[in-house]
Design a protein around this ligand. Structure first.
Ligand SMILES: [Zn+2]
Length: 455
């Protein structure tokens, strides 16, 4: 009898609040509600992100939430109302690529995120335990699987099997860099590593996490960055003498300013023709790349027309070929295309338009046939490059990927999987910020490729 009473009290409570509890990786996350968007759990963004091991940025002006976990960027649009969120269905993007899912909602001054799509995008499994009225979110614990030194430039690579939160701390009195990974075990006994710019790096487990301690040599600078790697990521610590750039090397980038000569491209009344916008921007991008130690050259360095075969041929052997165009986009947005068959009709039409502007109308069909027959090498790299670039353009400069897609663009044929086409707003092409941000994004991206051995 008393047991039944207890049960009734418990049921009564749960009905009185009417909201399922949310438990993420064993920790209660308060504030979960199905009252904003009927039938879907929404939780306050800050504790949800923290418990998923992600850092959170909310940009109310752009109406955007960004979670950064293990080098992956999850972007979630913020809806104007709960009703608008309920009606949304493609509000979440991973590295600029649509994942579906409903939008975030602002309620009582807090941003609420849809639990299931966000957690799943970050590698968690989501279960609703009806009997307990609880939404259970579990991410696999991560393992630190490798600690190794690489050279030219010298760096330490720490491989982690799943996205987890980490923090870095420079302990000045002892000149030691300490990186703590939460919810991470060491899979194997990892031997300490010796280096030239660091004395010793070693991993120690304790308190539910793992700490990597790097004893630095005197007068050494370092940069830390994350690379997505399989389901997990690599944290890379690059070392350099003070004043030296810890990143990059002998990589060569070919920049292709779109259009030129009699082919003006789009003419934007306020800013002039696309051909001159792209050329001016390409010049500044080349300078910014050279400042970062990369070799950069242009397919055309003044205002002349250039056929697509010669542009495409210039991409052969490049580490990266970037064709730059202007498009009718709001400032801060961009489109990014890699060579592939088209993902959708809009990308195909864009490719046909671009190809036909410079070559015979049959080009697109022939190129598509080659793509579909697998005659173009290295294709999956283009997608990775564009993903990596989109994420960095956002992190470094808040530039948002509008379209990220494959397209059968003839201009990318020579570079194949190392070629991309970027379209920016005219106002961004003339501004100061974009060339610097894009150059930094490219430098980091090519460094990542080198580290991951994709070159
Ligand atoms: Zn164009």
């Amino acid at each position: 009898m008393s047991r039944l009473l207890c049960l009734l009290v418990v049921l009564g409570c749960s009905f009185a609040f009417g909201q399922p509890a949310l438990v993420v990786n064993g920790r209660d996350v308060p504030g979960n509600t199905t009252g904003l968007v009927s039938g879907a759990s929404y939780a306050p963004a800050a504790p949800l992100a923290a418990n998923l091991g992600a850092t959170l940025a909310v940009d109310l002006q752009q109406r955007l939430v960004v979670l950064d976990a293990g080098g992956r960027l999850l972007q979630i649009d913020i809806a104007d109302s709960a009703a608008a969120a309920a009606a949304s269905d493609a509000a979440i993007r991973l590295n600029g690529r649509p994942l579906g899912g409903t939008a975030a909602v602002i309620s009582g001054g807090d941003v609420f995120l849809p639990v299931k799509p966000v957690a799943e995008a970050l590698g968690a499994s989501v279960t609703y335990l009806q009997s307990q009225g609880t939404v259970l979110v579990v991410q696999p614990r991560a393992r630190l699987t490798a600690l190794r030194r690489a050279t030219s430039p010298e760096r330490l690579e720490i491989a982690v099997s799943a996205p987890v939160r980490f923090s870095t701390f420079y302990n000045e009195p002892v000149n030691s860099l300490q990186i703590r990974f939460e919810r991470t075990d060491v899979e194997l006994r990892l031997d300490p590593v010796e280096g030239e710019r660091f004395v010793l790096a070693s991993a120690l487990t304790g308190g539910g996490g793992t700490e990597v301690r790097i004893q630095l040599e005197d007068e050494v600078d370092y940069e830390i960055y994350q690379l997505p790697d399989g389901r997990g990521f690599r944290l890379v610590v690059a070392f350099a003498a003070p004043g030296q750039n810890a990143l990059v090397s002998d990589l060569n980038v070919v920049i292709d300013p779109g259009h030129g000569g009699s082919d003006l491209g789009t003419v934007v009344p306020e800013f002039g023709s696309e051909s001159t916008l792209a050329l001016g921007f390409a010049d500044r991008l080349a300078v910014a790349l050279r400042q970062r130690g990369l070799a950069a050259r242009l397919t055309r360095d003044s205002d002349f027309s250039l056929d697509v075969e010669r542009r495409s041929a210039a991409g052969i052997g490049a580490d990266l070929f970037v064709s730059v165009h202007a498009a009718d986009l709001p400032s801060g947005d961009f489109n990014a295309y890699y060579l592939d068959d088209a993902d959708d009709v809009a990308s195909l039409e864009m490719a046909i338009r671009n190809n036909a502007a410079q070559a015979a109308a049959t080009t697109t069909d022939r190129l598509r046939r080659e793509l579909l027959l697998g005659l173009v090498p290295d294709l999956d790299r283009g997608r990775l490059l564009v993903d990596g670039l989109s994420g960095r353009l956002f992190t470094l400069g808040s530039f948002r990927a509008n379209v990220v897609a494959g397209a059968p663009l003839q201009v990318l044929g020579g570079a194949a999987g190392r070629g991309i086409m970027l379209e920016f707003a005219a106002s961004d092409l003339v501004g100061d910020q974009l060339a610097q941000v894009l150059a930094q994004a490219i430098a980091e991206l090519l460094e990542e490729e080198a580290v991951l051995g994709r070159r």
